[in-house]
Design a binder for this molecule. Structure first.
Ligand code: F3S
Length: 412
């Protein structure tokens, strides 16, 4: 892989030890993936932020890197960590855990990464343009950036995203190239997909199909369109999050909807080697909706909720009071806005809590005494049983709000 003179200078330590380490990682990854060169990125999103996931080794790795003194040269944000920085005590997080989590955040801040602590950078002012190269790491954010925004990113690992932030470049391969963005499979959908939870269930099924495609699946989906209005983005987010979870899909094309499908739909569709049909969502719901017994928490906002989602939840609560803990995960910047607008206080009167900086999957659920979760997120329903041994009720937002208000899950 070719490095420019500037990149070779960084590699030799001219911009500091931390940047040299970054360039070393990027050059090695570029060689492994057969990249032609390193491409400049407009933004970076770093994962591996939760202390619960990275542990002592991860923390030491980040602190060592931060001690080298190099800083991000492009805007860089953080994925959710393991606890809410403001509400940790009232939510039941331990002081010892929060202390370690704060050290992770400080180390990343030392590397010049903004503590946005969200998987939805596009809700906090980072919205890449069509065709822009970025280096994002969180799977649902990667799928959203590539598919809905038409930006270009592979799914970075924690260290490779930090390296991209420090060097401002990433290896140009796979989803950074026109060829890597061609569909591998057409998926014809023959059923209605009205809600975001349905989109998540569809995403889960499509991800399972695409997982067997060579070089990582890129599905071209036909026969379905998202709802209009503010629910559109929530639906598209849920679709991508579901397939990123079950099939590591980093890009989908939705016929006549996503920008590359709109611009070159029939040319793209011709490239797909495989064809599948999804007749209904029953198998998705059967696998994801496996709750049993008393619900410990109703958790929505995976991926993190938008301001419009909060208004919708408030409407569904209709000034009634939740009987169960009802957590809505958001970016801290979205929570602050909701506090300013009065939406947070109204949700609070209905018994709902805006939880920021973390999420239901990356927080230490067992130590919070949470064993059974209700959610509208296919991604959360996919990971909670394996990561935390939790039982999960999965269904549309309306069903979750109803469960919070009644105190139990009503099967549809
Ligand atoms: Fe985001 Fe956590 Fe879900 S990182 S996509 S809220 S699993």
């Amino acid at each position: 892989m070719k490095l420019t003179a500037k990149q070779r200078a960084i590699l030799s330590g001219k911009k500091g030890k931390g940047a040299a380490k970054a360039m070393e990682i990027l050059a090695a990854l570029g060689r492994i993936h057969g990249a032609a060169d390193l491409v400049a990125v407009g933004s970076v999103q770093v994962s591996g932020v939760s202390y619960g996931n990275i542990g002592e080794h991860g923390l030491a790795f980040l602190e060592d890197w931060a001690a080298m003194g190099s800083k991000a040269v492009v805007p860089a944000t953080m994925n959710p960590g393991g606890s809410d920085r403001r509400l940790w005590k009232s939510l039941g997080f331990s002081a010892a855990f929060v202390k370690k989590q704060e050290r992770v955040i400080r180390a990343l801040e030392g590397l010049g990464i903004r503590p946005s602590l969200t998987c939805t950078p596009y809700h906090v002012g980072v919205t890449p343009k069509l065709g822009e190269h970025v280096a994002w790491a969180e799977s649902s954010a990667v799928c959203f950036a590539n598919s809905v925004l038409g930006a270009r990113t592979n799914r970075e690992g924690g260290p490779s995203a930090i390296a991209a932030a420090l060097a401002g470049v990433t290896p140009r391969h796979t989803l950074h190239t026109d060829e890597g963005r061609l569909p591998t499979r057409i998926v014809e959908v023959k059923c209605r997909v009205p809600t975001a939870a349905d989109a998540g269930a569809l995403g889960y099924l499509v991800g399972r199909l695409a997982a067997s495609d060579q070089k990582g699946g890129v599905p071209f989906i036909t026969g379905v369109t998202p709802p209009g209005g503010p629910e559109r983005l929530t639906w598209l987010k849920a679709l991508g999050a579901g397939m990123a979870a079950s099939g590591s899909v980093g890009l989908y094309h939705l016929d006549c909807v996503t920008p590359e499908a709109v611009a070159q739909g029939s040319r793209l569709a011709k490239a797909a080697g495989q064809r599948s049909v999804v007749k209904d969502l029953a198998e998705g719901y059967r696998t994801l909706d496996r709750g049993a017994g008393k619900i410990d928490v109703v958790a929505v906002g995976c991926p993190h909720a938008s301001p419009e989602d909060l208004t919708r939840i408030l409407r569904l609560l209709n000034w009634k009071k939740a009987k169960l803990p009802f957590w809505i995960f958001v970016a801290e910047e979205v929570r602050r806005q909701a506090e300013t607008d009065g939406v947070a206080a109204s949700l609070g009167r209905c018994g709902a809590t805006l939880v920021a900086d973390t999420c239901i999957v990356v927080s230490p659920l067992q130590s919070l005494g949470i064993r059974t979760v209700a959610t509208d997120s296919a991604k959360a329903a996919f990971y909670l049983p394996s990561h935390h041994g939790a039982a999960v009720y999965f269904g549309p937002l309306e069903q979750n709000v109803e469960a919070a208000l009644r105190g139990s899950w009503q099967s549809s």
